[in-house]
Design a protein around this ligand. Structure first.
Ligand code: PMP
Length: 402
């Protein structure tokens, strides 16, 4: 039974049950047409309305400024690891045709495994060189773990880079930038000169729609795979600043790499995200998820709920740490709201924790295969009540094992 388990998967993850029930109906018979959503034409008025409505809902909930377009594509967040490089190197080529590839620098802020992976794709594609602005592993105790946002003074930005790239929430490590500009874990905007209008790219895959995004206006691109807070996998959302929709064919004539047509942001925009057949079902479910979010009170209500959830969870984890039973992976100021990562100390204790949790109906709590440990994911569809049930279980485990 769905009600007997709580799914803490890191993504794909839990979606609201009422939304899935509604989506199941639409999959069979969309709005009384006698045709299911996945069977309709993507050129139909019915589907056009979904595309426009989905973009409008994202625009409203995140307060996207008129300088930016909301676009949809496929290929996951990983697809954008490549698309970012190709589109923004093309833009840089149009602005500075005289530079050599060695002079085209791509700045990567590496605070976890996903930004590291993105930087590796940039190196692989070439056409410019990668500058690692910071590697957060160098400031951790073991020099191997991503455990905090490094101090701002250590960030080494280059001059007029093609773009600056960061990952707002590192899903595997549990490291997240703070939205408080005064926090030492905030994004170091002060180091990026306004007058250079450097394109800043943020991977928001695992924090999208969990809380407001500050400073959207300063970003060239904010993007996210849908499969955390938005909907099923297959859909990727782009929020692009208009000057970054560039003529990549013109750039190619100047020596830039040609951009595969489905990755070209300008083409996606010119076709209202319908250049080719989009992931229709994923978009439909996403629309329902956002309507559901709106009915709960939109971003302010969701933000408050997510804040309370992570607070009660970190509180009990800190209790376990104080008793020597847990070790939290991430420093306090850089802790993720969405993904809480920790280790259970003592011979066999972690296995015991995971085993007892699973038996009690708490599913998918094992950490990412590359880092181990325990990872809880508190995406939007996990309620405060469900979080409290997990917190009680953990408190009991501490009592019996510390
Ligand atoms: N970036 C982040 C922050 C992620 O969490 C993930 C996947 N969980 C990815 C990128 C890769 O996403 P995808 O599988 O959609 O390519």
């Amino acid at each position: 039974e769905r009600t007997q388990v709580i799914n803490f998967n890191s993504g794909p993850c839990a979606l609201p049950t009422s939304v899935l029930e509604e989506a199941a109906k639409g999959l069979i018979n969309y709005k009384g047409t006698g045709i299911g959503l996945a069977e309709l034409s993507h050129r139909s008025g019915y589907f056009g309305a979904i595309v426009n409505d989905l973009a409008a809902l994202i625009r409203t909930q995140l307060d996207v400024p008129p300088t930016h377009e909301v676009l949809f594509t496929q290929g996951g967040a990983t697809g954008q690891f490549s698309a970012v490089v190709l589109n923004l190197l093309a833009r840089h080529r149009l602005l500075y045709p005289e530079l050599t590839d060695e002079e085209r620098v791509m700045d990567y802020v590496v605070t976890g495994n996903w930004s590291k992976k993105a930087s590796e794709e940039a190196t692989r594609l070439g056409g410019g060189v990668v500058n690692i602005v910071t590697d957060a592993r160098t400031v951790s105790e073991d020099h191997k773990t991503f455990a905090s946002i490094p101090p701002h003074g250590s960030f080494q930005f280059s001059k007029k880079p093609a773009f600056v790239y960061y990952c707002e929430n590192e899903t595997i490590d549990g490291v997240q930038f703070s939205t408080d500009p005064k926090s030492s874990a905030s994004f170091p905007w002060e180091a990026i000169k306004e007058e250079d209008f450097v394109p800043v790219v943020g991977d928001y895959s695992s924090s999208f729609l969990s809380r407001p995004i500050p400073d959207i206006a300063r970003h060239a691109l904010i993007y996210a795979g849908a499969q955390k807070n938005l909907g099923p996998a297959g859909l990727t959302v782009l929020i692009v600043r208009k000057d970054c929709l560039v003529d990549t064919d013109a750039a190619a004539k100047l020596g830039a790499q040609p951009v595969p047509i489905t990755m070209d942001w300008k083409v996606i925009h010119a076709n209202n995200s319908l250049y080719n057949t989009p992931p229709m079902f994923a978009m439909y479910v996403s629309q329902l998820v956002l309507e559901h979010a709106q009915s709960l009170g939109g971003m302010p209500a969701i933000t408050l709920m997510n804040e309370r959830k992570k607070d009660i969870l970190y509180e009990v984890l800190d209790e376990g740490a104080a008793k020597g039973l847990f070790r939290l992976r991430v420093h306090k100021d850089s802790r993720s709201w969405m993904n809480q990562t920790f280790h259970v100390l003592g011979e066999g204790k972690e296995e015991l924790f995971l085993e007892q949790a699973d038996k009690a109906g708490f599913k998918a709590l094992a950490g990412h295969r590359s880092v181990g440990g325990v990872r809880v994911s508190l995406y939007n569809a996990i309620s405060e009540e469900q979080t409290a049930v997990l917190v009680n279980f953990i408190r009991e485990f501490i009592k019996q094992n510390a």
